[in-house]
Design a protein around this ligand. Sequence first.
Ligand code: DAH
Length: 340
Amino acid sequence: MIEKINGLRRRIEEFVPTTASEVEELRIAVLGKNGEINALMEEFRTVAPEMKREVGQALNAVKTLATERIAELKESCGENSKTPSPSAADLTRPGTNDALGSRHPVSVVMGEVCDIFARLGYTIADGPEIEDDWHVFTALNFPPEHPARDMQDTFFIEKNPDILLRTHTSSIQARAMQTQKPPIRVICPGRVFRNEAISARSHCMFHQVEGLYVDKNVSFADLKQSVLYFAKEFFGERAAIRLRPSYFPFTEPSAEVDVSCQLCGGAGCNVCKHTGWLEIMGCGMVDPAVLDACGIDSREYSGFAFGMGIERTAMLKYGIRDIRLLFENDVRFLQQFESA
Ligand code: DAH
């Protein structure tokens, strides 16, 4: 039987047709209902059990060869009866819409924020999401038992030494100061994690952008002007800002920045809770203790830092009322950002 199979194989390999109908004749003779392959399949039943494996494999191989070779020959002989000629296409048929992907609003906003600061000469800095205690807390002036550590509920991975998911991208400013020499101008986008219940207003994972500027004679006026420039670029020329005194362990003095509500123009509405103002970021002058901890001489240099939540900023810009929408990936929601 093996010989028969080999004979068939040779005939298929050596077959040179001149017309499409010759190919069709071969197909019927080999692969047709009463063709040679089916006859061999029938004969296969009678093969001795110890030969079944070898013969079965040879038979399958010749069947595959025949199928492929005949398809190939049909193609080269110009016969492809399944494809209608171009004139048979129905030109009145409605077209199909290919859904285009779009960038996620979080990426859109993150890119915009980075672009605005890039125009002021900032470069992008990166850092790990799994961090050590030193970069997230200690270097940033959070003493071991300081209650400020409770401001941010932390996911710990290991204890002693503490390894954790960073709770803010301020950890990257510590890394930037350790590795760069002033003048330092960095913008640090990234994901952060906090052990918080998920609700319309908060999530256990979100994104922040951190900014840091360290040089000689950097003043609070520089900080204010940079933030104002950002607000006008991002929210529009009519945006105004106001600074409220605040507290962060790593900045002194510290402030929270509000931007005039773009939805009501400052007159007061639901979104700004009738105050006319929306909180957009925290900022301040880098505490000299932080500069020194990261290897920068605080007698020679000063700096400012700021940090903002990307989801929050996206929600303000697009009027999104539930942060969870930004993580569910419902295409009906995401499609609305196709042109963004
Ligand atoms: N890291 C702060 C937070 O997660 C945000 C922040 C506030 C960053 C003030 C700063 C800053 O750089 O100066 O809430």
